[in-house]
Ligand binder design. Structure first.
Ligand code: HEC
Length: 152
């Protein structure tokens, strides 16, 4: 590779990275109160709510607490994709709109994904250390989801 080619590639890459910054994803922030939120309709103890907020709500609610790197593309796009996909599978702020069957099924999945250490996503807890669940928190969430599921 000649020095000119190398310079062209470098400049091209830089231009592409700069261009990416003009495409900022829309924010998942809803200021209006959510009447369909799980805690408005079902029993969610304060400690469980706190764990859900810290470890799950960035991708499974209508309000994401955005990290600084969200403004840096393509990192923001990547997180945005997780939020879109996460909400599509399970949105705690819209839990009351689900049918009883779906609610039960989602709570079952909460138990399963935690038992299998699939949630919260590893790529997320790598940066968001406080979102990582310790075994006490895992047990708290599992017990809550199982009990709520039985009551539905
Ligand atoms: C960084 C984003 C992110 C965080 C944080 C996160 N999730 Fe997820 N979650 C996803 C994505 C994306 C999917 C869908 C794809 C998949 O299953 O990997 C998903 C899927 C799920 C599903 C499966 C639903 C289905 O229909 O299969 C459950 C249940 C779930 N998450 C629960 C949780 C719980 C509980 C927490 C917190 C302890 C959590 N998630 C934290 C992104 C996230």
């Amino acid at each position: 590779m000649t020095p000119t080619t190398r310079k062209k590639i470098l400049l091209g890459t830089l231009a592409a990275i700069i261009a990416m910054q003009f495409f900022q994803p829309a924010l998942n922030i809803h200021s209006h109160p959510t009447h369909t939120a799980i805690e408005k309709h079902f029993d969610v103890p304060a400690d469980v709510q706190q764990i859900l907020k810290t470890s799950c709500y960035d991708c499974h609610s209508n309000n994401t607490q955005y990290p600084w790197y969200f403004k840096l593309q393509p990192l923001g796009w990547w997180l945005d994709h997780h939020i879109e996909e996460g909400k599509e599978h399970l949105n705690f702020d819209e839990f009351a709109t689900y049918t009883a069957d779906k609610q039960k099924h989602k709570l079952e999945e909460v138990v399963e994904t935690i038992q299998r250490h699939e949630m919260p996503l590893k790529s997320y807890t790598l940066v968001h250390r406080d979102a990582q669940l310790n075994s006490t928190q895992q047990q708290q969430l599992i017990k809550w989801a199982q009990q709520l599921q039985q009551r539905l």
